[in-house]
Design a protein around this ligand. Structure first.
Ligand SMILES: Cc1cc2nc3c(=O)[nH]c(=O)nc-3n(C[C@H](O)[C@H](O)[C@H](O)COP(=O)(O)OP(=O)(O)OC[C@H]3O[C@@H](n4cnc5c(N)ncnc54)[C@H](O)[C@@H]3O)c2cc1C
Length: 329
């Protein structure tokens, strides 16, 4: 691990100022992504700015019924928050499907959104990776690509976005509040993560020195049934091969509103708008769920080792929709 300077920010403004003072600075929250990647020499910060003293640990119900989550709320605290369990169960389910108790106790909301891909070629500095070293190529495309993306990939990059929490955020709908050198701004969560295209090193809309300060969830759907189905190589402490987050609002067995998002199969958290439109107004039955799954995966493109992911994702969708229907209140 390379040496780096360290400072601790005592206000949001000072965090941004520290960052600007030195090129190649980075923030650290729980450290569960950053420290791993620094040890692997993938991230090489010259200064690490600890943001853990910032007042960003509250979950607050807003007057318009939305829920504002501070960027430093840990994944564990968020999943067990009463408002999340009551009104956004998909978020609690997705978080609890990820990592381990120890990691969830450290990992933060902002850090989870900013976590990097688990692509083994990205994490190996001896490999070619356009995301880590722009222009160097992509060893995954002709390599061992069993874990890689079937949706949203490009000729430059097929790395999967690994977050479970972000699948729930994509389905629920959310706004990020960012603070940077030019003040505060908001951005729709759906616009935050970029597709790789020809510039996979540009992963998100956060500017230099900008900090995520909060995530505000859209108002809850009521009545609601939700489910997060995660399929993976082992039952815990493992990233998804394919996951689906589903939300259904039903009236006498008919679908009034539907939300569907996928993880483990795409280069960013993947909302399935066309599949949702197909479901609305239909009876919540197996035929509708299978059609929705086919629609969601219609554009999927397998690589040499991961065609099975399309089948897995289809099953994850049908199972998540079925479980959401069964859990409807
Ligand atoms: C063994 C292991 C298993 C895991 N399994 C899963 C899993 O199954 N599912 C899953 O979804 N995740 C999993 N994770 C990933 C884990 O969820 C993330 O590492 C964690 O959410 C990152 O949060 P953090 O606070 O520790 O981020 P840090 O490591 O502190 O930071 C990560 C990045 O985010 C930036 N950052 C942090 N906070 C902010 C902010 N407020 N504003 C701007 N930038 C910020 C940092 O600069 C850094 O670049 C696993 C991790 C490990 C180590």
């Amino acid at each position: 691990m390379r040496p780096f300077a360290f400072s601790r920010a005592d206000s949001i403004e000072s965090a941004v100022q520290h960052y600007q003072a030195e090129p190649h600075s980075t923030f650290v929250a729980g450290g569960t992504t950053l420290l791993d990647l620094a040890k692997l020499d993938v991230m090489r910060p010259s200064r690490v700015i600890d943001i853990n003293d910032l007042p960003l640990k509250e979950v607050e119900r807003l007057e318009d019924d939305r829920l504002r989550i501070g960027a430093l709320v840990t994944n564990a605290n968020l999943a067990r928050h009463p408002d999340v369990k009551q009104d956004y169960p998909l978020l609690a389910q997705a978080i609890m499907a990820g990592a381990s108790t120890q990691v969830r106790n450290m990992a933060t909301t902002g850090g989870n959104i900013m976590q990097r891909t688990r692509c083994p070629y990205f994490r190996d500095v001896a490999a070619a990776c356009n995301k880590r070293a722009p222009g160097s190529g992509c060893d995954a495309i002709d390599g061992i690509n069993r874990m890689h993306a079937v949706l949203g990939g490009s000729e430059s990059c097929v790395a999967v976005h690994p977050s479970d929490m972000c699948v729930a955020l994509a389905a629920i709908g959310a706004t990020l509040t960012l603070q940077g050198p030019d003040g505060e701004r908001e951005i729709d969560f759906a616009d935050f993560h970029y597709l790789p295209g020809t510039t996979p090193h540009r992963e998100h809309a956060l500017g230099e020195g900008e900090l995520i300060v909060a995530v505000t969830l859209d108002p809850p759907l009521r009545p609601l049934g939700t489910a997060y189905t995660k399929l993976r190589d082992r039952a815990s402490y493992e990233f998804a091969l394919a996951s689906a987050g589903a939300m259904l609002s039903l009236d006498d067995g008919m679908i009034g509103e539907a939300r569907l998002a996928l993880g483990g199969v795409a280069t960013r958290p993947w909302r399935c708008h066309e599949a949702e439109s197909l479901l609305v107004g239909r009876r919540a039955d197996e035929a509708a769920f299978k059609e929705a799954a086919d629609t969601a995966l219609a554009e999927a493109k397998p690589l040499s080792h991961n065609a099975f992911k399309i089948t897995l994702a289809r099953q994850a969708i049908v199972r998540a929709l079925r479980d959401a229907r069964e859990r409807h209140s």
